[in-house]
Design a protein around this ligand. Sequence first.
Ligand code: NAI
Length: 333
Amino acid sequence: MTEGDGGVKFYRRGDAPEGALQGETVGVIGYGNLGRSMALNLRDSGVDVRVGNIDDPYRAVAARDGFEPVPIADVAAACDILYLLIPDEVMDDVYRDEVAPGLAAGNAMCFASGYALAYGLVPPPPEVDVLLLAPRMLGEEVRHTYESGDGFFTYVSVEQDATGRAWQRLLGLADAVGSLRKGAMQLSADKEATLDLLIEQTVGPYLGTAIQLAFQLGADAGLPPEALVLEMYMSGEMARTFQTFAEEGFYRSTTWHGAVAQYGGFLRTLSLDREAMARHFAETLEDIRSGGFAKRFHDEKQAGYPTLQAIAGITSGDDPMTAAEQRVRDALG
Ligand code: NAI
């Protein structure tokens, strides 16, 4: 473990005790985007993995990958460590009906997102370890970066240490899934959930709105829609710019851009209404912290997801940006 100057703790390879998961069975509950990658990585690292899944197409994928998937309740009752890799919005029902009845004293439950713990969807009993191993990587990439040897970044936390072995188990898991090759940072489930929602609900909407408005304005001004989508994301230049933030630093990477881009971009940044933006961000944070957002999302679920259906209608319908992307793909392959 390395403690940075800011007091944040980081973990790398070598921090997991030798044989940390010796004699433990790990039940992967859910074989979706992240579940599949985690199960394969654990198995390739020599861990005794069982897969629990409902009877849906994901179950067939697990069987095709050589697992013998069984109902979630069976895995919950049979394994020492349970890694819950199902969508956050079903966590409360699955925990109550399938997981809780099979939990025994000394088991561990591990989560890939702090959401269920932060908003009380899952009330862990006092006699089990509660762990957070939350990747900062897309599900499929969790597998690819294991295979390439690069690993992926995670947030880790022991939320409850009932056995005295919670950290050993957590670091053993983090090592076996391949995360410690890149590094893990200690962050509580509550902070992880806040951070995740904050960035999704501040940076995400502003970036999305900027792209939509710039497309509309540019197209109205006679710029080819194909060029606009290429410029903003299809060429990969923008993704590369974000990559330079990681490699060079957010401010330091400025030198990658020419004088015209620096001069124009910086001055336009300063002319934005930053106070209005900051106010909106602060209100968003307050809504996340108070549980207001999670409560509304719970109500959305109870109502049968009307808003999510409306969003799906909008994003799957006809629109000029999707049409322009298709014309680029048709022309260039
Ligand atoms: P997903 O949407 O791919 O999950 C599908 C899996 O959930 C399947 O195995 C399916 O059978 C199961 N499932 C769906 N509804 C169910 C229900 N009602 N009852 C029982 N099982 C059900 O989920 P994903 O994206 O893999 O996320 C899993 C967890 O990992 C979440 O907590 C998420 O926040 C976290 N996470 C996901 C990342 C990703 O890139 N996908 C990255 C970091 C964290």
